[in-house]
Design a binder for this molecule. Structure first.
Ligand code: FES
Ligand code: FES
Length: 225
């Protein structure tokens, strides 16, 4: 399953699937290596630096602001957000590209943060649920989830909100098929799908434009979590 119609429309290149994630890891392990420095080696015959296993400094653009962290190259975007940057809106549930609780928007497309390496996310525009609120006002999708009681425990909700936001930015008036594809990569154990679909219908009445730089973060820069 995937967390958006993007991933259904373009399964090969619109997101890092678990399979590609593992293939990439395997590839990195099988490339012949030559020493290139204390913490850096290069693939033999190629001018491609391979970082690690020690920590490396990275910069992530999260909700319009540069964020620095020092992480091992194996660290996922989800772990970097939650553990290093204290941005905890994206949730860890399955940790294997199945449930969508970790969904964030990267360069306009919803992705599973649990199967995206943090170092790969450098140079991309990452948006998390913390970046949706503007000037103390909930984003239309957040407001629609609230109005339609589209959550129970709420653990899946940030991922659903991000998947729905990406869906409506791409398809302001989504068809039932587009809604199915756009939310098909997200699971709600509480079964709030009826409310989520009602929220999408309400939010689709609002004109959504991509947002990258929130004027104000919620709850000191992080959501419940
Ligand atoms: S899909 Fe990432 S935590 Fe479930
Ligand atoms: S509201 Fe509980 S898992 Fe979705």
């Amino acid at each position: 399953m995937s967390s958006s119609d993007e991933r259904h429309d373009k399964p090969d290149n619109s997101a890092v699937s678990r399979r590609n994630f593992l293939k990439g890891t395997s590839l990195a392990l099988t490339i012949p290596l030559v020493t290139g420095g204390e913490n850096e080696v290069k693939a033999a015959g190629a001018d491609v630096p391979i970082l690690g296993p020690d920590k490396v400094n990275i910069t992530l653009n999260v909700n319009g602001a540069p964020k620095q962290a020092s992480v091992e190259p194996r660290v996922t975007l989800l772990d970097a957000l939650r553990n290093d940057l204290d941005i905890t809106g994206a949730k860890r549930v399955c940790d294997r590209a199945t449930c969508g609780a970790c969904t964030v928007i990267m360069d306009g497309k919803p992705i599973y943060a649990c199967t995206t390496l943090a170092i790969e996310a450098q140079g991309k525009k990452i948006r998390t649920v913390e970046g949706l609120e503007q000037n103390g006002k909930l984003h239309p999708v957040q407001q629609a989830f609230w109005d339609n009681d589209a959550q129970q425990c709420g653990f899946c909700t940030p991922g659903f909100v991000m998947a729905c936001t990406a869906l409506l930015e791409k398809h302001p008036k989504p068809t039932p098929e587009q809604i199915e594809l756009g939310t098909g990569g997200n699971l709600c154990r509480c079964g709030t799908y009826h409310g989520i679909k009602a929220a999408i219908a309400q939010a689709s009445a609002s004109r959504l434009t991509p947002r990258t730089a929130p004027a104000k973060l919620t709850r000191g820069g992080k959501s419940n979590g």
